[in-house]
Design a protein around this ligand. Structure first.
Ligand SMILES: [Cu+2]
Length: 110
């Protein structure tokens, strides 16, 4: 089961102040996924355990990212905003935007 830590990024991918334990890959930049033209770009990303994904909304409408199995979800990201989730369990996580269910992506944690 995935335990995702929800972080709301304010234009900064650094994880200072939110880590609860020493993290072997802290300092690794978050993997960025653009929300653009009602799609996730790139559609599939791979992160190491402890690494984060930051979704950057470059679209004109709001989006989120929600795991197909409901195990995690981001807050809704408005135009120009971003949302970040840290992945601490290996696995393959297909996800959608709940506002636009045709938007699909996959996070691979390894
Ligand atoms: Cu959407």
């Amino acid at each position: 089961m995935l335990v995702a830590t929800l972080l709301v990024a304010a234009g900064c991918a650094q994880s200072s102040g939110t880590s609860q334990k020493t993290d072997p890959v802290s300092g690794s930049a978050a993997v960025q996924v653009a929300m653009v033209d009602s799609s996730f770009e790139p559609e599939t990303v791979t992160v190491k355990v402890g690494q984060s994904v930051t979704w950057v909304n470059e679209d004109s409408v709001s989006h989120d990212a929600t795991a197909d199995d409901g195990s995690w979800r981001t807050e809704i990201s408005n135009q120009g905003g971003s949302v970040t989730l840290m992945f601490d369990t290996p696995g393959i996580y297909p996800y959608i935007c709940t506002l636009h269910p045709a938007m699909k992506g996959t996070v691979i944690g390894e």
